[in-house]
Write a protein that binds this ligand. Sequence first.
Ligand SMILES: [Zn+2]
Length: 57
Amino acid sequence: MQPAVMAIVEKSRGTQLSVVGTRIVHLCSACDAETLAAFHRNRPNPLMPDELPHITS
Ligand SMILES: [Zn+2]
């Protein structure tokens, strides 16, 4: 498992998403390889939750 930073988003005004915070999630380097790659590519920006359809906290 590898740590990554994920945004906590909140919907405001219907469809607009705004980032209200971040949290650490742990991703499997095998199952979540693409998500981890996206995270490292976009650092230091957090992952957006819609890139983590299977995440559970
Ligand atoms: Zn796995």
